[in-house]
Design a protein around this ligand. Sequence first.
Ligand SMILES: *Cc1c(COP(=O)(O)O)cnc(C)c1O
Length: 366
Amino acid sequence: MSKIPLVDLRAQYETIKEEVDAAISGVLSRTSFILGEEVEAFEREFAAYCGAAHCVGCANGTDALELALRAVGVRPGDEVITVANTFIATAEAITSAGGRPVFVDVRDDTLLMDVSKIEDAITPRTRALLPVHLFGQMVDMDPLLEIARRRGLRVVEDCAQAHGARYRGRRAGSFGDAAAFSFYPGKNLGAYGDAGAVVTNDASIAAWLSKARNHGRASKYEHDFEARNSRMDGLQGAVLRVKLRHLDAWTARRRQLAASYREHFRSAVRMVLESDCGEAVYHLFVVRLSRRDEALRRLKGSGIDAGIHYPVPLHLQRAYSHLEMPRGMLPVTEHAADQILSLPLYPELATAAVEMVSRECLKLIA
Ligand SMILES: *Cc1c(COP(=O)(O)O)cnc(C)c1O
């Protein structure tokens, strides 16, 4: 039986090989390996794509998050409100910026930040809100931005899984004071190595970031402050420019495949809700099954690669034991972690494969 992987980066490369190879050989012949014209062009194109004024390329998404948090003023001792059902990088970036992550629960239907839980989590030390647009769907931003305005908090969006996602017509990354993207290869817009970026409408934040990612450099031998090396490399800029031109078509295909799953499952399988406030880009297609671990084993046995994003919420990880948030504090997050299963979904996946995966899932619950 042929295997159905969770993602297939080789299949995608085959469809854009000529464009990518030409772009890479252009970088090699110009030897513009670090930042350079391809990165600058990508920054302009990606800012325009997001509907934001500025984009600053970084070495990876985790750095982009940390630099964005520092840029909006997160300082040692500050609290940043986020969620625990996310990749560790979200909270790690808060800690690296000197802050302390404060986790709130998620909504049971979308598994996104429950915005109604924010106000109870605000203390005099709260500096910023860090909503995570998980699985490719945007958090309910209108009430979140209203709270931020009223309580004087900054907003940084974690857009690592949400390239091109929309909320009330506008794209992810155009709402917060700053927004961080990851271009890790498996993301909806993925480089061929590590890469990330911060997008912002604030010119002074963008100016600070473009120094902060590059040793505080004002010019080649002038440094305004100590910072770090978190530059995007030229090869990644060139690859990302090629892939950005295909992103909307890939997203359309992801949405089509997601619709196909929904049609097969109807009310038989519980799925993460797509809210009608926007348009999800389906980084992952997530269902909820009561005997999830057994389902995962049996799917793997049938050659279907499924995944769990994420099996252990951050507040229950050893890395966050110092926060002293025992099981029971985020009941919706904890309950979902035992049920969620991510099914194969990527633009090159055949419609027949979705049919086969759906059939196997329906058999499991029959
Ligand atoms: C991938 C990811 C990150 C981190 O990005 P890297 O480029 O891997 O550093 C942060 N947050 C979320 C939600 C992610 O999925």
